[in-house]
Design a protein around this ligand. Sequence first.
Ligand code: C5P
Ligand code: MG
Length: 163
Amino acid sequence: MTSSPLPHRIGYGEDAHRLAEGRSLVLGGVAIPHAGRGAVAHSDGDAVLHAVADALLSGLALGDIGQYYPDTAPENAGLDSRVILMRCLELVRKRGYAPVNLALVVTLDRPKLGPLRADIARSLAELLGLRETEVGVSFKTSEGLAPDHVQVRVTVLLARMGA
Ligand code: C5P
Ligand code: MG
């Protein structure tokens, strides 16, 4: 029996990075001013873009970004996470799917990200070919449970193109 491709598929992704002084904090392609600290990472440490990229891959059971961009590979040092995301988006599109909406939660104790909500939504929408209203961006503190980390969780809905 042949199974026809699903019209919709859900993807889920997570990422976390430790924060340290002397690094810049970038989330969803947006530089966060006055953060004081940034992500410790092999690439540029954009935890939002990493989680979104993993969500795209997971929706089609394509594994995770570590398989495509190992953090042990010297050529991935300082890599612009937008490159990672665009490669994952291409893999999704090649299989006939496209993202239709995305929901994102960033857990970070400080700084306050609320004033940058629209900037982050716009940046992600541009990268993914979506409208700003199709990108939900939520922020949470960890209530002091993880003051030295940024944590991101993402769900994405993929729809089969032309379905
Ligand atoms: O996590 P908590 O419920 O305490 O968050 C309260 C509010 O603070 C929420 O409206 C959230 O959007 C905002 N917030 C923020 N920047 C953060 C963490 C939370 O703007 N880094
Ligand atoms: Mg990461």
